[in-house]
Design a protein around this ligand. Structure first.
Ligand SMILES: NC(=O)c1ccc[n+]([C@@H]2O[C@H](COP(=O)([O-])OP(=O)(O)OC[C@H]3O[C@@H](n4cnc5c(N)ncnc54)[C@H](O)[C@@H]3O)[C@@H](O)[C@H]2O)c1
Ligand SMILES: [Zn+2]
Length: 368
């Protein structure tokens, strides 16, 4: 078992417990938080059918204090209308300021249940139990909670940190391989940003990661969370240094928006974005050919299928212009300078991105 404390200035931070099989002793960690409170367990249909019974049994909450709220799987549940429905259920209970939400699921559930917790009665406490690799290794810390809006992805959001995060890699046993690869993209990202040893684990274990053998994940998740913790503790609100966590996300979001979030998983798009960033860095002479080769060899297996190559560069670039964080004349672009080192560049232009996309589209399994 490993405990990580995330300490941020303006809010009290989160305690993260990473333990394979930790769910079975969850009440040990959570009892003091849950005692005497009403609890709303928010989850999605898939996670509910797999884990609802096990989790409620492990938490040992008297049924009259437990409200289980299930939303549909997938990104469309990160919406104001879903929040509206859940808030209505809480208000009906009634659910008070001192009560607590438990988010059980992937990044979608953590983002939306965390957002609900941030606005319900001006903010109540919540606990996260992430169940995908992406949410265990990345989304569960940092306090970014949000829902989508027609005007933009994650447009309506807050910073609201979970009181406690319980990461049990055993949940990953049932995860689809595609979601596992998607999560791996964020682990690779953490390695490139600030942990060469983590990147090496991704390199050496890539062939061996599927099917999931759980013992692999504890160490990698802890290392990825430590990279993120180090960055958000310096810059909680993304005023500067936290931007490096967007490695691969500038082009990645463009690809997601251009395909209406329907075709590719978040991590698959981030893998494309990281490959494009690595190509730009190589072309600028920031990366040695050997570092580029190692990065590409890890990214290529987690790219989405070849269909991404048919998405026109113009569609990706136009979508990047729409993405809420960017003014196209000054896009903060994160580029790798080596394995374990990145920097923010403000002068990456459209032509450079187009050329890098063209090059990235040529890479396939034969290039590993
Ligand atoms: N807040 C942050 O810092 C942050 C960071 C990265 C991503 N995100 C957000 O996270 C979301 C993506 O998260 P995700 O990839 O976890 O997607 P997700 O939550 O949609 O989960 C993917 C699929 O896996 C299923 N699932 C979850 N746990 C499972 C398990 N243990 N076994 C089998 N199936 C399981 C879900 O039902 C869903 O169908 C995006 O909305 C993204 O914006 C947030
Ligand atoms: Zn991401």
């Amino acid at each position: 078992m490993m405990t990580i404390s995330v300490n941020v200035e303006e809010h009290h931070g989160s305690t993260v417990i990473v333990e394979s099989g930790g769910m079975s002793s969850a009440h040990r960690y959570l009892d003091s938080l849950l005692a005497g409170r009403n609890i709303a367990l928010i989850t999605d249909t898939t996670v509910s059918s797999l884990y609802r019974d096990q989790v409620t049994r492990c938490l040992d909450i008297p049924p009259k204090r437990l409200l289980v709220l299930t939303v549909d799987d997938g990104e469309k549940s990160k919406s104001l209308s879903a929040i509206d429905g859940l808030a209505a259920r809480l208000a009906q209970e009634p659910f008070h300021r001192s009560d607590i939400i438990i988010a059980l699921g992937g990044g979608v559930i953590l983002d939306m249940a965390g957002f609900l917790a941030s606005i319900y009665m001006r903010g109540i406490r919540y606990i996260s139990i992430p169940t995908t690799l992406l949410s265990q290794a990345d989304a569960c810390i940092g306090g970014k909670v949000a829902v989508n809006h027609a005007g933009g992805r994650n447009l309506l959001g807050h910073f609201h940190h979970p009181e406690m995060v319980l990461v049990d890699p055993r949940f990953l046993k049932t995860l689809h391989q595609r979601d596992l690869k998607s999560g791996l993209a964020e682990v690779v990202k953490a390695g490139i940003i600030g942990d060469e040893t983590l990147f090496e684990s991704c390199e050496t274990r890539l062939d061996d990661l599927f099917p999931v053998t759980v013992h692999h994940w504890d160490e990698m998740i802890i290392r990825a969370l430590r990279v993120k913790k180090g960055i958000i503790e310096k810059d909680e609100k993304e005023k500067g240094p936290r931007m490096v966590l967007n490695l691969g996300h500038t082009v990645g979001h463009g690809l997601e928006i251009a395909t209406d979030y329907k075709t590719f998983r978040h991590g698959e798009s981030v893998a494309v974005g990281m490959l494009v960033a690595a190509v730009i860095a190589k072309r600028r002479g920031l990366l040695t050919p050997e570092s580029f080769r190692r990065m590409a060899a890890v990214m290529i297996p987690i790219l989405p299928g070849p269909s991404w190559r048919t998405v026109p560069n113009t569609a990706i670039l136009n979508a990047m212009k729409l993405d809420k964080k960017k003014r196209f004349d000054r896009i903060p672009f994160i580029l790798p300078k080596g394995i374990g080192e990145v920097a923010i560049f403000w002068d990456v232009d459209e032509i450079e991105i187009r050329e890098a996309l063209d090059e990235a589209k040529k890479y396939g399994p034969e290039d590993i």
